[in-house]
Design a protein around this ligand. Structure first.
Ligand SMILES: NC(=O)c1ccc[n+]([C@@H]2O[C@H](COP(=O)([O-])OP(=O)(O)OC[C@H]3O[C@@H](n4cnc5c(N)ncnc54)[C@H](OP(=O)(O)O)[C@@H]3O)[C@@H](O)[C@H]2O)c1
Length: 321
């Protein structure tokens, strides 16, 4: 019998600190029906990755587990019934979320319906930085928030992964964007298209911003309650952190609305995001690129909570151009 091929992957054997991540050899997965095997050239590192590693994110059914949802790479094999892609195509996406996708590995298997083509002129590191944060921003702004041109949006945490895409997508849609960020990040968020930047460390955002139609709240908790105060009557705050009857009640009492995004793979939105990326209408910012061996370093930097833009792991870089 032929030996099963193996690949390098960063795995965790239990929940724990960043040094729980270790690189080892595991079998290359095989694509099932309507799935493709992707040779991963780059994998985005998201907040949910380090939360899951620590046991505070999505459920993990068995160990060792391979984290990582954002992938960009080339199709290496196709399963039965695949019609959208062929071997050699450059693809990216956030497959399977919230089930594990195994992105921190040389190869990952993904449903073809949850991938899009990497636009011409976009490298894999850039593409891998996009799917989760852009889908989250998209679903928050347009699906839950119902954003329209001319409305005023407050993007909290605007220099972070979700925030820096939310600013660009909202500005591209014709909204007026108020961004909160540390002072050091003001030039960055204004350069992304924000019309005004507020330093949440030195100014009480809920006292200096008014008449907002839509708030993007990546933090929840106290922020949720405070930021309700910036909305105009009938406005909506969409949080990324927890949904509760208490939230909805607080919003109702103030004559505003509360929504919640839990990001999900979405082919139509990903195709639209890919088009915007290809047209240069959104430009993700990658703060730092790591090798697979340094994935623990990426987690340690990310979980401090002040990344500007994105962190990305580069794999198989000899072929990634
Ligand atoms: N529900 C969902 O579907 C979903 C999807 C994606 C992400 N999320 C969650 O959304 C959150 C943000 O994700 P992300 O990818 O944007 O994370 P991130 O890139 O790690 O966010 C870092 C940003 O947070 C900002 N920040 C830190 N402390 C802040 C504070 N006290 N007030 C305002 N901003 C602050 C920082 O701004 P400065 O450096 O300028 O201070 C930094 O730019 C995470 O908790 C993540 O788990 C949820």
């Amino acid at each position: 019998m032929a030996e099963q091929p193996t690949m390098r992957a960063a795995v965790i054997d239990a929940f724990g600190a960043a040094d729980t991540l270790r690189v080892t050899e595991i079998p290359v997965p095989a694509p099932g029906e309507r799935e493709v095997l992707v040779r991963v050239h780059a994998a985005g590192v998201n907040a949910i990755d380090w939360a899951t590693r620590a046991g505070q994110g999505v459920g993990v059914a068995e160990f060792p587990a391979v984290l990582g949802w954002d992938i960009s790479g080339t199709v290496a094999a196709t399963g039965a019934g695949v019609t959208r892609f062929a071997v050699g195509d450059a693809v990216f996406g956030m497959p399977r979320f919230p089930a594990l996708a195994g992105g921190y590995a040389d190869f990952a298997v993904a449903p073809e319906a949850e991938l899009a083509r990497v636009p011409a002129g976009i490298d894999h590191v850039t593409a891998a930085s996009v799917p989760m944060v852009a889908l989250t921003a998209w679903q928050t702004l347009f699906e839950h928030g119902g954003l329209l041109a001319g409305q005023r949006v407050l993007v909290s945490g605007a220099a972070g992964g979700v925030g820096h895409l939310a600013v660009q997508l909202a500005a591209d849609a014709g909204a007026e964007v108020v961004a909160t960020a540390s002072g050091d990040n003001h030039d960055f968020v204004l350069g992304l298209g924000a019309h005004r930047a507020v330093d949440y460390r030195t100014e009480p955002v809920h006292e200096v911003v008014r008449d907002v139609d839509l708030v993007v709240d990546p933090r929840g908790g106290e922020d949720f309650h405070r930021l309700l105060g910036v909305l105009r009557p009938g406005g909506i705050l969409v949080t990324l952190k927890g949904e509760s009857a208490d939230h909805r009640r607080s919003a109702r009492e103030r004559g505003v609305r509360a929504g919640f995004t839990y990001v999900h793979p979405d082919r139509a939105a990903l195709d639209r995001i890919a088009a915007l990326l290809g047209e240069g209408r959104i430009r993700p910012s990658v703060q730092q690129v790591f090798s697979l061996d340094d994935v623990a370093k990426a987690h340690s930097i990310g979980e401090v909570g002040h990344v500007r833009g994105r962190l990305v792991i580069e794999l198989n870089d000899e072929e990634s151009q």
